[in-house]
Design a protein around this ligand. Sequence first.
Ligand SMILES: Nc1ncnc2c1ncn2[C@@H]1O[C@H](COP(=O)(O)OP(=O)(O)OP(=O)(O)O)[C@@H](O)[C@H]1O
Ligand SMILES: [Mg+2]
Length: 368
Amino acid sequence: MTKGYASELREGDGDFESSRVLDNAGSDDERVVEAALRPRRLAEFPGQPRVRDQLDLVLQAAKGRGAAPDHILLSGPPGLGKTTLAMIVAAELERPIRVTSGPAIQHAGDLAAVLSSLDEGEVLFLDEIHRMARAAEEMLYLAMEDFRVDVIVGKGPGATAIPLELPPFTVVGATTRDGLLPAPLRDRFGFTGRLDFYDPADLALILRRSASLLGVEIDHDAVVEIAGRSRGTPRIANRLLRRVRDWAQIHGDGRIDHAAAAAALELFDVDPVGLDRLDRAVLEALCRKYAGGPVGITTLAVAVGEEPDTVETVAEPYLVRQGFLERTPRGRLARPAAWAHLGLTPPASSTAQAMLPMEEPTPGRFAP
Ligand SMILES: Nc1ncnc2c1ncn2[C@@H]1O[C@H](COP(=O)(O)OP(=O)(O)OP(=O)(O)O)[C@@H](O)[C@H]1O
Ligand SMILES: [Mg+2]
């Protein structure tokens, strides 16, 4: 049993402890398990056909020219394969990769140290690039464009900038929030791959591959069941697979069939469309407390006892994508599917609300 499993059961404020099983952010312990399940080459990377084809072209062309490819930005929600693709870029180019992240670069000097030690053709992976310090961002523009950094020597009025030439290298940036990237930085990336949620068929491929790497037998129906509840996210699919494996090991002979998958997922409060307790609490609060909205994200977060950021990044993207919830300038709005999923009847005015186009002013209702 991994430590991640224990913390999934323990962590949190008590209310949503089991929601950890669907949280698409990976814990530190989990990252170790994940590393073992990462596809290593583009050809073994299921899903995201568009990004994969585009990336393949960019990398093959650069390799053919014997030059470093354009800088690459990978964006999309957590757990969809940004880090995996960054590793793949280096593997396909047959180049070493240097890994760092926005939060680790708090001063321009931190970045200068990394940049000045890069070898020719090396891949520099900057995870969570939107969280890098401002001063470092500016240094990065220059380095990405001109392969040059100004190293500041000395302090105060006597400080001088010594330009340092850098060998050509490729930045692979990853971000869950590309809206937060300043335009000049975004423009320095010659290629942006936008990762989207996976469809169930691709998740099924991923699950089969992971099951075989973990050495567990799984039947077709179980794969379909887990894929359908994985919120379009490989990280979640792999995590659910491990919980189902635990269940089958304790309650059966270790083989995963449909009954084992369904029982384990019920134990972890993952419903048939992949909603967990946090998602359902958000929908319940929205429909029951606020008559379907519109309601502000902060108010909604307080109602479910979570941080607004958690509701926004963990629960909402999937609820929006599944057509349960709509983000409008006036606040969050329940869609008809939300009422239906909870088995509730929408009040007449709320149905009308949900049908209105986003820009339409709504007399008598105010955004909180
Ligand atoms: N296409 C895929 N095929 C197989 N496994 C995948 C795929 N994409 C992601 N995974 C698996 O999902 C897990 C998470 O992937 P990864 O770490 O690349 O996500 P990420 O986008 O970097 O997430 P974060 O934003 O949290 O850093 C890994 O275990 C990886 O093996
Ligand atoms: Mg990552």
